[in-house]
Design a protein. Sequence first.
Length: 146
Amino acid sequence: MNEELLESWLRLSTILCNNRIVSEMPYNEALICNILYRRQRRDQSGTTTATDLCRQTKMLKSQMNRTLQSMEEKNIITRRRSDTDKRQVFISLNPNAKSFQEQHAKSLQLIDMLAEKAGPEKSKAAMELFTFIADMAEEIMEDNND
């Protein structure tokens, strides 16, 4: 069963990586945009810090800084220094940047097609299973890093 589970995982990963859902921008940029987008939908400020993004993406600080610099140069994000603590820099999606919005719409179209093909029950079950697996993987990885 372990071999079959590994084979299924690799097959799905290969399909998703080779037919990238996010083809218009680098994966890490799309991941950061998605985090900022979700944060924006939850609270109006939609801001976070590089430290928080590193924690959520598991990216190294140096890699995060390079990625954020590139995103700022492309006008995808904005950075604003805190008024109270000058060491803290808040990052948010640039509301004028269309590249992420267009890419996000394409991603949702793909998800809609998959959900339509699978049907509501299997789509909900898949979402619950993906969440369960992600939670378990995160827990196991954290335990192995201790």
